[in-house]
Design a protein around this ligand. Structure first.
Ligand code: CDP
Ligand code: CDP
Length: 250
């Protein structure tokens, strides 16, 4: 009898649909889903909040090495509501899809880590070697428990090179820009398709060209392009891939 892969790595560029796919698969399989991008976002948000220059590699690295980041399945409680009201001045998303509560040194930063300023600066922060070293070590510890789906850019190549199933999820820039624009508009943020395309292209370029753990498919990753697929169709295709991996591990 075949068994499900215990560790599933999903990598790919921004807005390729990693989060929504991982969430659906995790619910279906009873696995734990961990989004590593939130850790890089938490470091970036902390640097911005402390008015540390993003160009100051030593200072940003020191933040990454000293803050305690926690990423937990989202629960809407009084603490969250207070944090939203206290620290997010603009319209707050009615974010039923928020999957995780992110805390830094015990402070709830779940909404701040998704703000556009973090989007614009996170790729520079995550290119720093010391930042990656600190995050990768924590991510490996988290994955040790097994039955995990981890999403990011370097999960299949660096964080979990022995993952039993690796999916590299892609979609065209045009489609990804449209998706991210729809996400932003739903949060009450105004943005044009042109701006979204530029931002995504910039982030793709930095993520793919950095010297440490660049965004690229692992040699043994299975590619899935979902430009023309709905979420449900993507899930069906991913389940086929998991079965394929299961056969290989049997
Ligand atoms: O959700 P989205 O795809 O826009 O981004 P994310 O997964 O939250 O990741 C934000 C940024 O963190 C990426 O653009 C990368 O620069 C960085 N990241 C990384 O370098 N390595 C990872 N494993 C995950 C994210
Ligand atoms: O995590 P990542 O940045 O890779 O992407 P995501 O946040 O899962 O997906 C970005 C947006 O595209 C979300 O609003 C998804 O619901 C949407 N999406 C879609 O419309 N069709 C797909 N096949 C995949 C994602």
């Amino acid at each position: 009898m075949t068994r499900l892969p215990r560790t599933i790595a999903i990598d790919g560029p921004a807005a390729s649909g990693k989060s929504v796919l991982a969430e659906r698969l995790a619910a279906r399989l009873g696995y734990f889903y961990f989004d590593t991008g939130l850790m890089y976002r938490a470091v970036t948000n902390e640097a911005l909040t402390r008015n540390v220059s993003i160009q100051d590699e030593n200072a940003v690295t020191q933040i990454a090495e000293t803050i305690e980041i926690n990423v937990l399945p989202a629960t809407e409680n009084a603490g969250d509501a207070a944090s939203r009201m206290a620290s997010v001045p603009s319209r707050v998303p009615d974010d039923a899809s928020r999957q995780f509560t992110v805390t830094v040194d015990g402070r709830d930063v779940s909404y701040q880590v998704r703000r556009p300023e973090v989007d614009r600066n996170v790729s520079a922060v995550s290119a720093y070697f010391g930042v990656r070293r600190a995050m990768t070590a924590q991510q490996r510890r988290i994955a040790e428990r097994g039955c995990i789906i981890m999403t990011g850019r370097d999960i299949g190549t660096v964080v979990l090179p022995d993952a039993e199933c690796k999916i590299f999820l892609t979609a065209s820039v045009e489609v990804r820009a449209r998706r991210r624009m729809a996400d932003r508009l739903a949060r009450g943020q105004s943005v044009t398709l042109e701006q979204m395309r530029d931002e995504i292209l910039k982030r793709d370029a930095i993520d793919s060209s950095r010297s440490v753990a660049p965004l690229r498919p692992a040699a043994d990753a299975i590619h899935l392009d979902n430009s023309a697929l709905t979420i449900d169709e993507t899930v069906t295709r991913a389940l086929d891939i998991l079965n394929q991996c299961a056969q290989e591990w049997a």
